[in-house]
Design a protein around this ligand. Structure first.
Ligand SMILES: Nc1ncnc2c1ncn2[C@@H]1O[C@H](COP(=O)(O)OP(=O)(O)OP(=O)(O)O)[C@@H](O)[C@H]1O
Length: 454
């Protein structure tokens, strides 16, 4: 293994070639001793292959997500990249200063105070004592753990531990950051602070982000790697990898649920229609008369869009329509539209749920809904049926969006996914008054007054 980066091209931050990690598993403690005595002439352990033949190249400035189920080998891979574990075979090349926020418990000495750990960690990461002294107040302020900074780390809560660990890695001028999900231990404000730091860091640094959470990966990362039982299952753009990972999870779940107990909802609830209580932004008419009108161009349903599912239903058409039921090729944000999904049953299904998700360019779900709390539908083979979601189209920032549609049989928590079409309809917001946030919500009133003048 080499970690000096000398053999790397200048634009490469991390390069792994044929990395394998095998652990020796001893069934009984004395087998370990016997192994030493026999000096390899006889094998007393089983070999467990935690990582097999991992080759990856991460460019400087890239943000790459690592996703995978428990035990997939994520932590092992990260420890090998950080240099805290060596691979059984293969080479690791790192170009730059690397700092990591790995699982709780790693990195700090529990007997030392927070202050002592900051100095120790800073030194390990290559800072001089004077440099750490210079930054210490900033680190303590970022961590916000008050007087605990002078208490031994073993007295810290897991939240305090993560605060200090993050504060350190945020102030060591790392070129490469490795962040495990540990972030979720902090409270919402601290998480936001960390995210702000990370988003700034991502503008120049290389980030490796590990999570079980699809949306965090698609939101943060350009590329992603799905690790599955120690092997790279797929490495591609984050959206594709997360979709495949999600499909894989569903497939695994459905194998377990070969005879699910379906508790169907028998009640049909009518959606309350009370137009006098509808939320409409008072400025909409004005905005619609300017170049900021939220013109949204709709593309037609792509029947060949990527899909997966058990196949008990077939979606025949998906369209966005106006209030009279005519198919739309344009819609204006703030107007009422309906998403119409027509389908055909391929088998008898007792309790159908139909849902949709609107996702932004990064694959992040912005909004969506389903029929579960409205109506349970049972169908028999060859039945044709439709679902209509009528809603006021939100105001969307300029950009590309997609609608995914899914049909399942069962309940919210216990169901078989029969069809899931990724990106069934693509649409493009061409102009918008919304610049900040994921979507605009209607303002009932906005007031701006000088209180000294009546
Ligand atoms: N020191 C070790 N000795 C033996 N087996 C180990 C050791 N460390 C990890 N493993 C095994 O290697 C596999 C990969 O573990 P790893 O912790 O890397 O997975 P992970 O993807 O990070 O999981 P999680 O999401 O649960 O943290 C697991 O089956 C684990 O039991």
């Amino acid at each position: 293994m080499s970690s000096d980066g000398n053999s790397l091209k200048n634009d490469i931050a991390i390069k792994l070639e044929g990395v394998c990690k095998y652990f020796q598993i001893y069934e009984k403690p004395h087998h370990r001793l016997m192994q030493g005595l026999f000096r390899g002439k006889k094998q007393f352990y089983k070999e467990f292959k935690a990582l097999e033949d991992i080759s990856l190249e991460i460019k400087k400035g890239e943000t790459v997500g690592i996703i995978g189920r428990n035990g997939a080998g994520k932590s092992t891979l990260l420890q090998i990249i950080c240099g805290t574990m060596s691979p059984t075979f293969g080479t690791v090349n790192i170009n730059g200063r690397i700092a990591a926020l790995l699982e709780l418990g790693s990195g700090f000495n529990p007997e030392f105070t927070g202050r002592e750990n900051v100095f120790m960690n800073g030194a390990i990461l290559g800072l001089t004592k004077a440099e750490i002294e210079d930054r210490f107040d900033k680190i303590a302020a970022f961590a916000e753990i008050g007087d605990f900074i002078d208490q031994p780390v073993k007295t810290y809560s897991s939240g305090m531990y993560v605060r200090l660990a993050f504060a350190v890695i945020a102030h060591v001028d790392a070129d490469i950051l490795i962040i495990d999900e540990a972030l979720s231990v902090g409270d919402a404000f601290f998480t936001q602070k960390c995210m702000r730091f990370l988003r700034t860091f991502m503008k120049h640094g290389t980030l490796l982000f590990v999570s079980h959470d699809n949306s965090a990966i698609t939101n943060l990362c350009e590329r992603a790697v799905w690790l599955d039982t120690g092997k790279v299952r797929i490495a591609a753009d984050a959206k594709t990898v997360c979709e495949k990972y999600f499909e894989g999870l569903y497939a695994a779940q459905q194998n377990v649920q070969n005879n699910p107990s379906l508790s169907s909802m028998n009640t049909e609830m009518k959606l309350k229609k009370d137009s006098s209580q509808e939320f409409v932004d008072g400025r909409l008419a004005f905005i619609n008369s300017t170049q900021y009108r939220n013109d949204i161009k709709l593309f037609q349903f792509d029947p060949d869009a990527e899909s997966f599912g058990a196949g008990g239903v077939e979606i025949t058409d998906i369209s966005l329509c106006n209030e009279s039921g005519e198919k739309l090729s344009w819609v204006v944000g703030g107007e009422v539209a309906s998403l119409l999904v027509t389908a055909k049953a391929k088998e008898n299904l007792g309790s159908l749920i139909v849902g949709f998700f609107v996702k932004d360019r990064l694959g992040q779900t912005i909004f969506g809904d389903n029929t579960y709390f409205t109506k349970a539908l049972s169908v028999t083979t060859d039945d044709q049926f439709f679902t209509k979601f009528i809603f006021r189209f939100p105001l969307l920032p300029v950009g590309d969006y997609s609608i995914s549609v899914a049909m399942a049989d069962g309940t919210h928590t216990d169901h078989i996914q029969h069809v899931w079409i990724h990106d069934a309809i693509i649409f493009k917001s061409e102009a918008s008054s919304i610049v900040h946030g994921l979507l605009g919500i209607p303002m009932l009133d906005i007031q701006l007054n000088n209180i000294n003048k009546k």
